[in-house]
Write a protein that binds this ligand. Structure first.
Ligand SMILES: C[S@@+](CC[C@H](N)C(=O)[O-])C[C@H]1O[C@@H](n2cnc3c(N)ncnc32)[C@H](O)[C@@H]1O
Length: 335
């Protein structure tokens, strides 16, 4: 794809979102949703009770006309959306737990899914129990589609603005996703999936009564939301299916890790952990790893050698290739 094309469409979208933001007196993110819905509605400006005003609507119509001439492919739409949402997140000072998962991390999830599910003829369903603005889920679905998989997604989030953003971007990219606006810890009305994945919210879950249903609950006080959500997500995974979760790298050394270990031992197999490069995080303490869990059942068993890998740098192709080699050797020996 030509970089100028994406730049041009990006600039047009920024102008459209800012026009809507001013005319409707809303936040950048709400204007993003309004703009996306206009684009989905065949590039038409929605006017309700004279809002946006006629002059703004006229300029938006001109912008949309220009956009129509620059049709984007699904993955190009997603990349563009990511750029717009990063801009919006900065303007609105979104807290870390609400920020989207960057592509660099999303592409690693795609790599892991491709490795764990080498049969491209097998349709895959992927659940994200805290899908936020949907970037991680859509990066995975669209890139798996490019790799000729048939992949469908289920996204759940407790925040309705973030979920609406995910739903509108998903429509723009024509991705096959069902979204549910609910607390991810409440029962989900879904069929079992092949993969559960998430960039989990880190912190405490306020509802102790609900937390009491989970093995990872804390004996006293609030439980870690990321522990509960992992346990919940794995309940909806098919036997021998996988869970891929982004969690703090010190997940085995916290004051609640005993509860997590109890669940890890009894319900799933902890097959590996891939530590991401420190350069992706503000501090060493906030660094994260991708956990690779496998649901018990069928032919699944605890691997002889749990993968403990660290990617030194994402900017350096050699270190990524080294990780790919290490992963593939491990997989061939253990699966
Ligand atoms: C780091 S963000 C996920 C980002 C997402 N992967 C993306 O690319 O946009 C974590 C998400 O967890 C959601 N969340 C927090 N508590 C939740 C709960 N109990 N159930 C479902 N979602 C929850 C937040 O609203 C937030 O969207």
């Amino acid at each position: 794809m030509l970089p100028e094309k994406i730049e041009q469409v990006f600039t047009l979208n920024v102008e459209a979102i800012q026009l809507l933001q001013n005319a409707l007196d809303t936040s950048f993110l709400d204007a993003y949703i309004e703009n996306a819905e206009n684009l989905i509605d065949n590039y038409q400006v929605r006017v309700i009770d004279g809002h946006p005003d006629a002059k703004t609507a006229q300029r938006l119509t001109e912008i949309y006309q220009q956009m129509k001439e620059n049709q984007l492919a699904p993955e190009e739409w997603r990349k563009l959306s990511q750029l717009l949402l990063l801009k919006g997140s900065k303007e609105e000072h979104l807290q870390p737990n609400h920020q989207l998962t960057p592509d660099t991390i999303g592409y690693l999830f795609v790599y892991l899914i491709e490795q764990l599910f080498p049969n491209k003829k097998q349709p895959l369903t992927i659940l994200d129990v805290a899908s936020g603005m949907g970037n991680l889920l859509l990066t995975s679905l669209l890139n798996l589609q490019i790799a000729t998989y048939q992949a469908a997604g289920i996204g759940v989030d407790i925040d309705d603005t973030l979920l609406s953003i995910a739903a509108s971007t998903s429509e723009l990219t024509e991705a096959d996703v069902q979204f549910f606006h609910q607390d991810g810890l409440q029962d989900l009305l879904i069929e079992p999936v092949d993969v559960a994945m998430s960039d989990l919210p880190i912190g405490y879950y306020p509802n102790n009564q609900k937390a009491a249903d989970f093995l990872t609950k804390a004996e006293e006080g609030h439980s870690y939301a990321h522990h509960l959500l992992m346990e919940q997500a794995m309940k909806y995974v098919k036997e021998a299916g996988f869970g891929l979760f982004l969690v703090p790298s010190n997940f085995l050394e916290t004051d609640q890790s005993d509860y997590l270990k109890k669940w890890l031992v009894s319900e799933v197999y902890l097959q590996g952990a891939v530590q991401l490069p420190d350069e992706l995080f503000k501090t060493k303490e906030s660094s994260k790893s991708i956990l690779i869990l496998q649901k018990k059942g069928h032919t699944a068993k605890q691997v002889d050698e749990v993968l403990v890998a660290k990617i030194a740098s994402i900017k350096n192709t050699d270190t990524i290739m080294e990780f790919f080699k290490q992963f593939e050797n491990w997989k061939n020996k253990n699966f």
